[in-house]
Design a binder for this molecule. Structure first.
Ligand SMILES: NC(=O)c1ccc[n+]([C@@H]2O[C@H](COP(=O)([O-])OP(=O)(O)OC[C@H]3O[C@@H](n4cnc5c(N)ncnc54)[C@H](OP(=O)(O)O)[C@@H]3O)[C@@H](O)[C@H]2O)c1
Length: 444
C-alpha cells in the first residue's frame, strides 16, 4: 500500500542527506538545529576499505581481506542497506537461541555477559572457552551466577584453543549435555597487541591476528567441513549452525591510533563473515564501540574514547548493547556487518574540550591556564590526582599505554592550531612541554 501511495505522490518521503562517515558529527549537529527539525534524515554511507596488505602479515591472514563490499552504518545501533532495513520488520524481531552456543573468550568481560544473555534467550547450554580458566573474582562471581540461575549444566568452561584448527573442530563438532549439538558460535576471544605501528613486530602481528581472523577461520572451517564418519565422539555432519557471530570493533570502521593490528584483525573477520553470508551461511559481525563496565575498555578512565578521524565514541551500557542484538540478528539476513556505538558530540564546537572544560580565558587556550591544568588532565586519564605527577617527568615514565597516548594527543589537538602526532606524546614529552606547546599554538 505504501508503495502505491508513494507512486501516486500521496506520501512524500522525508528528504535525505547522505553523508560521509567523517561528517557524522555535523550530521548529528544538523539534527539538533532548526534545519534538522525540518525533518532531513541523516544517512551515513560507509565504504569498507579495500584491503591493502600491511607489512609482515602472514599470507593466510592477508587473503581474508581480499574482497570487500560496502555497508551503510548509523550510530543508532544498527547498520545495513537502507532499502533492506525498510523491508525488514526489525523492531518486532526477538532472537531465540536454540541448543548449545559456543562463546570463544567466554570468560572475558563481554563474553560472560553474552553468556548470560544467551541463556536468558533460550540457549540450552553455553560453552565458554578460555585458555586460563576462572581467575578473577569477577569471573567467579558471574560464572557462579550463571549456574545458580540456569542450573549446573547451563555453562561449561572449555580450554580448547581455537587458534588451533583441530581444537576448533573438537569444540564445534562434539556433542554436549544430553547429546545436544552446537547451534551457535560467537567469536569473542581477543588478544590485544596494541602499540604504535612502527614498533609492532612480526610476533605482535602473528599473536594479535591469530586470536581474531586465525581463530575465526578455524571456527568457520570446523563448522562447515563435513567429517567423513563419526570420529572419536564428534558429529559426522555439519554442526547445523543457525548463528555465527564475531565481535568486531569500531576500530575497524574508523581506525584508531595504536590499534592497527586489532583493526586489521577485526576487518578481516568482517570480510570472512561477508563471504559466509554470500555462500548462504549464517554470519554476522558487530562493530562495537567501547563497552562500559565489562571487558577490555572498562579500565579506561575517560568516558570518551577518541578514535580516528576526529570521531569520539562514548562508553555504552553493556545490557543495552546486548539488547540491540535482537535488532541486529533480525537484520542479519540482509547484511553481514553492523555497528553499535555511541557517538560523542561536543556541545559547543571549539568552545571547550570534550570533558566540558571551558575555552577562552587569559591562559594558553581551552581553559589551560597553567601547567597544573595539564597535570590535572594527566591525572584524569591515568588516575590519582595532579599532585601525584611531576611536570618535568617524561610522560612515558608513567606507563602510558597506546590508548592513553591517543587520549592525551586528542586532548592537546582540541586546544591547538598545529596538531601533534602520537610520537609527540610518546617521546620525552613532559607536562611542562605540553603546556608550552599549547601556549605557543593557540586556536584562533
Ligand atoms: N569490551 C569492549 O569495549 C569491546 C569493544 C569493541 C569490541 N569488543 C570485542 O568484543 C570481544 C570481547 O571483548 P572483551 O572486552 O570481553 O575482551 P576481554 O575481557 O579481554 O576477553 C577476551 C577473552 O578472550 C580470551 N582468549 C584470548 N585468546 C583466546 C583463545 N585462543 N582461545 C580462547 N579464549 C581466548 C581471553 O581469556 P584467556 O586469556 O583465559 O584465554 C579473554 O578472557 C573482543 O573480540 C573484542 O574485540 C569489545
Amino acid at each position: 500500500m505504501m508503495e502505491e501511495m508513494l507512486a501516486l505522490d500521496e506520501v512524500q518521503p522525508l528528504p535525505v542527506a547522505i553523508r560521509r562517515p567523517e561528517d557524522a558529527v555535523s550530521a548529528v549537529k544538523e539534527l539538533e538545529t532548526a534545519s534538522g527539525s525540518s525533518g532531513r534524515k541523516q544517512v551515513l554511507r560507509i565504504a569498507q576499505p579495500v584491503g591493502v596488505a600491511p607489512p609482515a602479515v602472514a599470507p593466510e591472514y592477508a587473503s581474508a581481506l581480499s574482497t570487500s563490499t560496502s555497508t551503510s552504518t548509523s550510530t543508532s545501533g544498527i547498520s545495513g542497506d537502507r532499502k533492506d532495513m525498510e523491508s525488514t520488520t526489525m523492531l518486532d524481531y526477538r532472537y531465540h537461541a536454540r541448543g548449545v552456543h559456543v562463546v570463544t573468550g567466554g570468560l572475558g568481560g563481554f563474553g560472560l555477559e553474552l553468556a548470560h544473555w544467551l541463556l536468558e534467550h533460550g540457549a540450552e547450554q553455553v560453552v565458554l572457552t578460555s585458555r586460563s580458566g576462572l581467575r578473577t573474582a569477577w569471573q567467579h562471581l558471574r560464572f557462579a551466577a550463571l549456574l545458580a540461575k540456569h542450573g549446573d549444566h547451563a555453562a561449561v568452561i572449555s580450554n580448547l584453543d581455537v587458534t588451533d584448527a583441530a581444537q576448533a573442530i573438537r569444540l564445534v563438532r562434539q556433542t554436549y549435555h544430553g547429546g545436544a549439538r552446537v547451534r551457535g558460535v560467537w567469536h569473542s576471544a581477543v588478544v590485544l597487541r596494541d602499540g604504535l605501528f612502527q614498533q609492532a613486530g612480526d610476533a605482535d602481528w602473528a599473536i594479535g591476528l591469530a586470536s581474531k581472523i586465525g581463530a575465526l577461520r578455524n571456527l568457520d572451517a570446523a563448522a562447515s567441513a563435513p567429517l567423513p564418519s563419526p570420529v572419536d565422539g564428534l558429529t559426522p555432519v555439519g554442526a547445523e549452525l543457525d548463528t555465527f557471530v564475531v565481535f568486531s570493533s569500531v576500530t575497524s570502521l574508523g581506525g584508531n591510533c595504536g590499534q592497527t593490528i586489532y583493526g586489521w584483525g577485526n576487518n578481516a573477520c568482517e570480510r570472512l563473515m561477508e563471504r559466509r553470508r554470500a555462500a548462504g551461511l549464517p554470519g554476522m559481525a558487530v562493530q562495537w564501540g567501547a563497552i562500559e563496565s565489562a571487558g577490555l575498555a572498562s579500565h579506561l578512565t575517560s568516558d570518551i574514547i577518541p578514535m580516528g578521524r576526529g570521531m569520539d565514541v562514548a562508553k555504552q551500557n553493556v545490557d543495552d548493547s546486548l539488547r540491540s542484538l535482537h535488532t541486529l540478528l533480525g537484520a542479519s539476513g540482509r547484511a553481514a556487518v553492523f555497528s553499535s556505538y555511541r557517538l560523542h558530540v561536543e556541545a559547543v564546537a571549539n568552545d571547550g574540550d570534550a570533558d566540558g572544560n571551558n575555552a577562552g580565558g587569559g591562559g594558553a587556550g581551552g581553559g589551560v591556564d597553567s601547567v597544573e591544568d595539564v597535570l590535572a588532565k594527566l591525572a584524569d586519564i591515568l588516575g590519582g590526582s595532579a599532585a601525584d605527577y611531576d611536570a618535568s617527568q617524561p610522560l612515558q615514565e608513567y606507563g602510558l599505554d597506546s590508548l592513553s597516548v591517543v587520549e592525551v594527543m586528542n586532548w592537546i589537538n582540541r586546544l591547538v592550531a598545529v596538531k601533534v602526532t602520537p610520537s609527540f606524546v610518546s617521546h620525552d614529552t613532559t607536562c611542562n612541554t605540553i603546556f608550552r606547546y599549547i601556549a605557543e599554538n593557540p586556536l584562533h
